[in-house]
Design a protein. Structure first.
Length: 133
């Protein structure tokens, strides 16, 4: 059950509407998803989070599909159902196939397992891994 009710565009103040408008323009869409509508309860957090996300997810050294798949991987590890769903949707729109999704989840699961083993055994990092390649 949500802790707060999403703020719809019609009920939003000017500051929130400005962010909503930028989200729609940037994403070339006509709707705002619930994540942003909930953050609208605190306009400074809404604006800061949107500006940061927009910058991080913009084209760069990593292509959009890779960024979305990384977002899915972290969301799975952090058990964020909302983020898993929204970024899996975005990754599929960016070209992720079902085979890629399955392989991604296999890597995430393996990384989590081996991370826990390494942490549990408190494995000392090899000196070779500390050197630049």
């Amino acid at each position: 059950m949500p802790t707060v009710k999403p703020i719809e565009y019609a009920d939003a103040g000017a500051e929130v509407r400005a962010v909503y408008d930028d989200i729609k323009r940037t994403r070339n869409t006509d709707w705002i998803n619930n994540f942003w509508k909930v953050l609208a309860h605190h306009p400074p957090t809404l604006k800061r989070t949107w500006e940061s996300l927009k910058q991080v997810m913009a084209p760069g050294a990593l292509d959009p599909l890779t960024k979305e798949m990384l977002y899915v991987a972290v969301s799975v590890t952090n058990n964020c159902e909302y983020c898993i769903n929204s970024h899996t949707f975005a990754a599929r729109r960016a070209g992720m196939s079902e085979a890629m999704f399955g392989e991604l989840l296999a890597v995430v699961a393996m990384a989590n397992e081996t991370n826990r083993l390494a942490n549990g055994y408190q494995v000392e990092t090899d000196e070779r891994f500390k050197q630049p390649v």
